[in-house]
Design a binder for this molecule. Structure first.
Ligand SMILES: C[S@@+](CC[C@H](N)C(=O)[O-])C[C@H]1O[C@@H](n2cnc3c(N)ncnc32)[C@H](O)[C@@H]1O
Length: 249
């Protein structure tokens, strides 16, 4: 098992060997990788069908393909300081059974699997390409025994998690409030969840796939604030730690 500092340094060095994992997984050369990563956010945004999309999750299951891999990889490579702060936050709170909901390219799940405080990580993502890629990365990094890959939380067959990670996902869901209800059900009173959100489509519609409906957002905050209390940490202002509110009766 690695120390927290070593895990952070390995992320800061090469994002856990991300570029080499991408080249091998996608069977592409270095020059093609640069093309794959270039303008990844715009390519992802351009693939969004706008209002004609019936079911929001179809975007992630049927439309994005490997474009989300490109978008997330480009982001994690160019925003290392921000992502490493989220890893520091995990190092403070993660323990035992961890759920990483909407785990993307796996940075957080892989870092948790490397931690000695964590027994097992359940990586849940609706996108099959992401699941396959992170499974491939886990084998490359030698942590595959500490990870299980599922499409939904139900598929994990775990009734209570000690840690719930949900970073940059809530704004991608049709009903983020009901996702908070699900997290409430699968947490004990001493469990912690790490959550952030960005309910904004961007100044120039850079994020057409983000939810920004005022009523949906208000319902999300009502549920969050009625069921959870924030646990202060000094690490990263945009990402919050929560535990369940204990009923007083
Ligand atoms: C912006 S990415 C965030 C990835 C990762 N958490 C991170 O911080 O880099 C959003 C992720 O949520 C996943 N996702 C979207 N809808 C989902 C759903 N209903 N259930 C599970 N995962 C979902 C997407 O496939 C994508 O990997």
């Amino acid at each position: 098992m690695k120390t927290d500092n070593l895990i952070l340094n390995e992320f800061l060095d090469d994002a856990f060997n991300l570029k080499s994992h991408l080249m091998e997984f996608l069977s592409i050369k270095k020059c093609d990788l640069d093309d794959f990563l270039r303008d990844a956010r715009t390519k992802l945004a351009n693939s969004h069908p706008g209002d004609s999309l019936g079911n929001i999750s179809d975007f992630y299951t049927d439309i994005v393909g490997d474009r989300h891999l490109a978008d997330l990889a480009a982001w994690h490579i160019t925003s290392k300081d921000y992502i490493s702060d989220t890893l520091k936050l995990q190092q403070k709170f993660s323990r035992d059974l961890v759920l990483d909901f909407g785990g993307g390219i796996g940075t957080h799940a892989l870092a948790n699997a490397m931690s000695k405080k964590v027994k097992h990580v359940f990586f849940v993502d609706i996108n099959q390409t992401n699941r396959k890629f992170v499974e491939f990365r886990a084998k490359k990094l030698g942590v595959e025994k500490k990870l299980t890959f599922c499409k939904t939380i139900k598929d994990t067959h775990i009734s209570k998690f000690d840690t719930v990670i949900c970073l940059d996902v809530l704004e991608h869901l049709a009903d983020p409030s009901s996702q908070i209800d699900v997290f409430h059900e699968i947490m004990d009173y001493n469990s912690i969840s790490l959550l952030n959100w960005y309910f904004y489509k961007g100044e120039k519609n850079e994020y057409p796939f983000h939810i920004d409906d005022i009523q949906i957002v208000e319902s999300f905050f009502n549920t969050l604030q009625s069921k959870f209390i924030e646990v202060f940490h000094p690490i990263l202002i945009t990402t919050r730690a929560y535990r369940k509110i204990k009923q007083l009766y």
